[in-house]
Design a binder for this molecule. Structure first.
Ligand code: IPM
Ligand code: MG
Length: 356
């Protein structure tokens, strides 16, 4: 019996989460386990009720569970709120509260969907990249930060900052991940310009001494952004800081054809991990039963793999998705000629039915 805190959030978050639960419940039946899903509020919907996007009860429940599943947060109607209570703040807050410093974002191109990518099939076919994004440091959390009047001018500033321990722990996760993949790791930084990147590189190189089997390379982030589109198959495991990882993972999602396909796992040293799709709340698509639930379903599968060490169950869900795609079912974001268009719920049903 696993206790899962579910924070579905705003916009289409609840819709995709319902499908993930459906698939996880079916998987639980087949593998003879049980999930207790406990719903809590996060994001704009939490702000409406509690006056804060990340209420204490939600944090407490998250800390007190075996894993957390998150949908998405944010809506235009909250865009005018002060920064401290904006829905996005809840995401950063829960990452920090749970110490989720390692964000794993796999970008895999499913053979069935090669044609959904805006890139040429020969470029994307066979892509299998794991982006490891540091998640609790960098310019996202650095102090000092703010907007102040300096020399008579409004001036905005944030601080890009990492200490050696923060780099070392994410580097270790990256090397460990590379070891169980094909032992190739590319560290992405901006060491030609930024001091913080020079330290990043120094520590990554130092850490590499513990992993002599891993072939380590370094790439500047601007070049990495270009190479991801030009020749993505050169990458296997990528490790990078918070802001570069944010940007590169959205870019990488287009290799697979849709933001609606990419899951993520956010891990801490020990303790509770969190699983969420990398896409946002898509408020314009809310309530229309058209969004793709696959990213959230895969996030649930990652939970089975990383939190509960159920590799076989992970594979079962992945295979189920693959079969449904093979049979030609598509949500709107990945629809192409001759395929069968289905809604969010139907896609969830089809995937759940394949799990046996
Ligand atoms: C992501 C998102 C978040 C981030 C935003 C919504 C705060 O873009 O998870 O990639 O920047 O980390
Ligand atoms: Mg992002």
């Amino acid at each position: 019996m696993y206790k899962i805190t579910v924070v579905a959030g705003d916009g289409t978050g609840p819709e995709v989460m319902a499908e993930a639960k459906k698939v996880l419940n079916k998987t639980a039946d087949v593998f003879n386990i049980k999930f207790e899903f406990n719903d809590y509020l996060i994001g704009g919907i939490a702000y409406e009720k509690f006056g804060t996007p990340l209420p204490d009860v939600t944090v407490k429940a998250a800390k007190d569970s075996d894993a957390v599943m998150l949908g998405a947060v944010g809506d235009w109607k909250y865009d005018t709120l002060p920064p401290e209570v904006r829905p996005e703040k809840a995401l950063l807050g829960i990452r920090k509260e749970l110490n989720l410093f390692a964000n794993l974002r796999p970008a895999i191109v499913w053979e069935e969907l090669v044609s959904s990518s805006p890139l040429k099939p020969e470029i994307v076919s066979g892509v299998d990249i794991m982006i490891i994004r540091e998640l609790t440091g960098d310019v996202y959390f650095g102090e000092p930060k703010g907007v102040e009047v300096i020399n008579g001018k409004k001036t905005g500033f944030n601080n890009m900052i990492y200490n050696e321990d923060e780099v070392r722990r994410i580097a270790k996760i990256a090397f460990e991940t590379a070891m169980v993949r094909d032992k190739k790791l590319c560290s992405v930084d901006k060491a030609n310009v930024l001091d913080v990147s020079r330290l990043w590189r120094e520590i990554v190189i130092e850490t590499s001494k513990e992993y002599p089997e891993v072939e380590l390379s370094h790439m500047y982030v601007d070049n990495a952004a270009m190479q991801l589109i030009r020749a993505p198959k050169q990458f296997s495991t990528i490790v990078t800081g918070n802001i570069f990882g944010d940007i590169l993972s959205d870019e990488a999602s287009m290799l697979s054809g849709s933001l609606g396909l990419l899951p993520s796992a956010s891990l801490s040293d020990k303790g509770v991990s969190l699983y969420e799709p990398i896409h946002g709340s898509a408020p314009d698509l809310t309530g229309k039963d058209i969004v793709n639930p696959i990213a959230t379903i895969l996030s649930g599968a990652m939970m089975l793999k990383y939190s509960f060490k159920m590799d076989e169950a992970y594979k079962t869900i992945e295979n189920a998705i693959q079969e449904v795609l093979k049979e030609g079912y598509r949500t709107k974001d990945i629809m192409s000629e001759g395929k069968t268009l289905v809604g969010t719920k139907k896609m969830g049903d089809l995937i759940a039915d394949k799990i046996k």
